[in-house]
Design a binder for this molecule. Structure first.
Ligand code: GDP
Ligand code: MG
Length: 177
């Protein structure tokens, strides 16, 4: 064996799910490229981005899938979810409507992927303190009721963005290894 062949190759498919404009594409842009788009439209979405991560000293690859904005039309296809082992279920802490949609997105996720998909509820835009409509406690309560991890993030100021992705990937790794 060459050294390369000896390293185990993990590739985990992770999907970003949630209402339009909650910040899914910017979370991925911040995590994978350390970029942020202040006035992004749905067009900035990439289909997916493969990101190398270090989990317990092992190299793990996450294939993180983003929508191209089709969630606006409720037309995210089953192909998007197929084979996913992890999901970030994203809402915007400054828009209650996006939090109210979480149940629907969770149903869709479970319809199209395995029930055991490792899922984290993500309250994004935590930098918008004055516009907050969903308290941290409320997010936490929903996550506990649904058996999800929970975190609040800001793609704008970077807080907890890496942690959100790492939580999911680490849990998948621990289950599979
Ligand atoms: P998507 O439709 O869920 O992919 O959302 P986008 O990533 O395109 O973001 C929608 C809008 O919200 C854009 O104008 C972003 O600049 C903005 N946005 C995304 N994340 C954050 C954040 O953490 N804080 C703030 N203040 N704005 C954000
Ligand atoms: Mg997007």
């Amino acid at each position: 064996y060459t050294e390369e062949e000896q390293t185990e190759d993990y590739l985990f498919k992770i999907v970003l799910v949630g209402d339009s404009a909650v910040g899914k594409s910017n979370l991925l842009a911040r995590f994978a490229r350390d970029e942020f788009y202040p006035n992004s439209k749905s067009t900035i979405g990439v289909e997916f981005q493969t990101q190398k991560m270090d989990i317990n000293g092992k190299e793990v690859k996450a294939q993180i899938c983003d929508t191209a904005g089709q969630e606006r039309f409720r037309a995210v296809t089953s192909a998007y979810y197929r084979g996913a082992v992890g999901a970030l279920l994203v809402y915007d802490i400054s828009r209650r409507q996006t939090f109210d949609s979480i149940g629907r997105w969770l149903n869709e996720l479970h319809t199209h992927s395995d029930m055991s998909v490792v899922t984290i509820l993500v309250g994004n835009k935590s930098d918008l303190k004055d516009a907050r409509e969903i308290s941290t406690a409320e997010g936490n309560t929903l996550a506990e009721a649904q058996g999800l991890f929970f975190i609040e993030t800001s793609a704008l100021d970077s807080s907890n963005v890496a942690a959100a992705f790492q939580t999911v990937v680490r849990d998948i790794y621990n289950i599979l290894s």
